[in-house]
Design a protein around this ligand. Structure first.
Ligand code: ATP
Ligand code: MG
Length: 485
């Protein structure tokens, strides 16, 4: 039986709930179904945070949900979810589900972080079993018609590490709760009377700011190794403590992350670093030994270069990214990759003879090699790896602007990201601050003035308005293009 926390004893007010989520909940309720907010949104509301999205759980079957809403689409191949559209906002409605399958695998990938239109789940899901056939859905619906006889089709398959491969079942709320990961993520807000249903002590854990895995932690991590990364994400995002029993197996099991589909790991990486707490995610991942499992080349750079300038650059870059997120500005996986792979790329370049350090081909090859290493675990879409190459290849061109031709770089599609990287490098003495300032100033003046600035720079330091316009020293040795050493 759940502990039921009545409205008078908790702080969740409907004024903090998305009006669209409320519309969905009311309509479910009025049609005689159960309707609950569930997961991260309940947790965040209790913490006084603004939820990223509002997820609804119900005993209505997907087809029944679809019939209730005109603006509704069913997604997902085997476990179907209803997406109810309200302009930009999508309210995801999931039928209660039994067993502990990796939920995320089944849901539409959260590709908005990757800057894409939401993709229909079918397109990207890993094949974990056959599609729900019309006949199958009809059967489930028929079974569900006798509402007190929940479907209990516990057909589950594991691989030899214990990872759940398939698990096909709609269930009741009592079953739904146990497949969730942390107690803090397993609270249900009931639209019938605005109470909270807590089967797992989640309310207490939220109050104590503790992350506690539901069930036996080792089993749950084996079922879905991404839960280890989720633990790190919630530690970083919420500042919660991962309680010892939930933390302990991670050191032993982290290698299992290598068996997770790389597209999912890429998605999870973006959630770790591009949702406003990236700076905190890095040390948490390292402390848990998870960076080594996700991006071994990044971890090994950081281990072999303790307190390096590159580490400072990465940290500052992540702080800047977090600030952009909280200001509602856009962030890009390309820039994130450039930060994370900066050390590995620098190492590869510096392993070449110094004469080759500034060749664009060396820089591009280093980018490609570092990306290949990162691709061992992460499926990084090509447009981001291409963007990364462009950002790095632009560094020497930004550092040594040549006459008016340099002005054309401003309209390069990757200029903004490359300039941001140059600024960061300049902050840590890895590139000339004068040149970085020159580019900053350049963007704030008229075209005529830009021409004059380019001419002055080309004419040499004394004519460049007091700036030490650094021109290419012929034959002389310069810093590496990354400036890491
Ligand atoms: P966020 O604020 O980042 O969205 P969230 O807790 O809402 O955090 P989601 O990934 O949106 O996380 O998932 C919604 C809910 O689904 C979670 O709160 C949790 O109950 C459940 N869940 C998601 N992924 C898993 C998983 N891999 N294993 C078990 N339960 C999961
Ligand atoms: Mg969520």
């Amino acid at each position: 039986m759940p502990r039921i926390i009545p409205r008078a004893q908790h702080t969740i007010s409907r004024s903090h709930i998305s009006p669209n989520a409320l519309r969905v909940l009311y309509r479910l309720r009025d049609a005689g179904f159960q309707g609950f907010l569930v997961g991260g949104c309940v947790r965040d509301l209790l913490l006084g945070l603004e939820p990223k999205d509002f997820d609804v759980a119900t005993d209505a079957l997907p087809e029944q949900v679809k019939r209730l809403f005109r603006n509704c689409r069913l997604v997902g191949r085997r476990f179907r979810l209803a997406h109810v559209f309200f302009g930009q906002e999508i309210i995801e409605v999931a039928t209660f589900r039994a067993a502990s399958a990796p939920i995320q695998d089944e849901e539409a990938p959260e590709s908005e972080l990757a800057g894409e239109e939401p993709v229909q789940a079918e397109d990207e899901l890993i094949d974990q079993g056959g599609p729900v056939t019309e006949a199958g859905a009809a059967r489930l619906e028929a079974e569900h018609a006798g509402r007190d006889a929940p479907v209990a089709d516990t057909e589950r398959m594991f691989d030899d590490t214990g990872r759940i491969l398939r698990d096909n079942v709609y269930g009741t709320i009592e079953a739904d709760v146990w497949r969730r990961d942390f107690t803090a993520n397993a609270l249900y807000y009931n639209i019938a009377d605005f109470s909270i249903w807590d089967y797992v002590g989640g309310a207490e854990d939220i109050a104590a700011r503790e992350l506690r895995m539901i069930g036996d932690p080792e089993t749950r991590y084996r079922e879905d190794p991404v839960r280890m990364l989720r633990a790190a994400r919630f530690e970083a995002k919420l500042g919660f403590t991962l309680e010892p029993a939930s933390a302990e197996p991670i050191g032993r099991l982290r290698e299992l992350i290598g068996g997770v589909p790389p597209a999912r790991l890429f998605d999870e990486t973006l959630k770790l670093f591009l949702t406003g707490h990236g700076e905190r995610s890095l040390p948490v991942l390292r402390r848990r030994g998870l960076l080594a499992a996700l991006l071994p080349n990044v971890e090994s750079y950081l281990v072999t270069h303790p307190d390096s300038l590159v580490e400072k650059l990465v940290t500052r870059g992540l702080t800047n990214t977090d600030a952009r997120v909280s200001a509602g500005r856009s962030v890009t996986p390309t820039f994130l990759l450039a930060l994370l792979l900066y050390g590995p790329i620098a190492t590869i370049i510096e392993s070449l003879p110094p004469a080759r350090w500034h060749e664009v081909t060396s820089i591009l090859e280093a980018c490609d090699q570092a990306v290949r290493e990162a691709q061992r675990h992460l499926a990084i879409p090509k447009r981001f790896t291409l963007g990364l190459r462009e950002m790095f290849a632009l560094q020497p061109r930004l550092e040594h602007p040549r006459g008016r031709r340099a002005l054309r770089l401003i309209s390069h599609p990757r200029f903004r990201a490359a300039y941001d990287l140059l600024l960061l490098r300049a902050q840590f003495g890895m590139a000339s601050a004068d040149i970085a300032n020159w580019w900053t100033e350049l963007q704030g003046v008229s075209e005529d003035e830009q021409g004059r600035m380019a001419d002055a720079l080309a004419a040499g330091p004394e004519r460049a308005g007091g700036q030490k316009g650094r021109r290419r020293r012929r034959g002389g040795r310069r810093r590496t293009s990354t400036g890491a050493s």
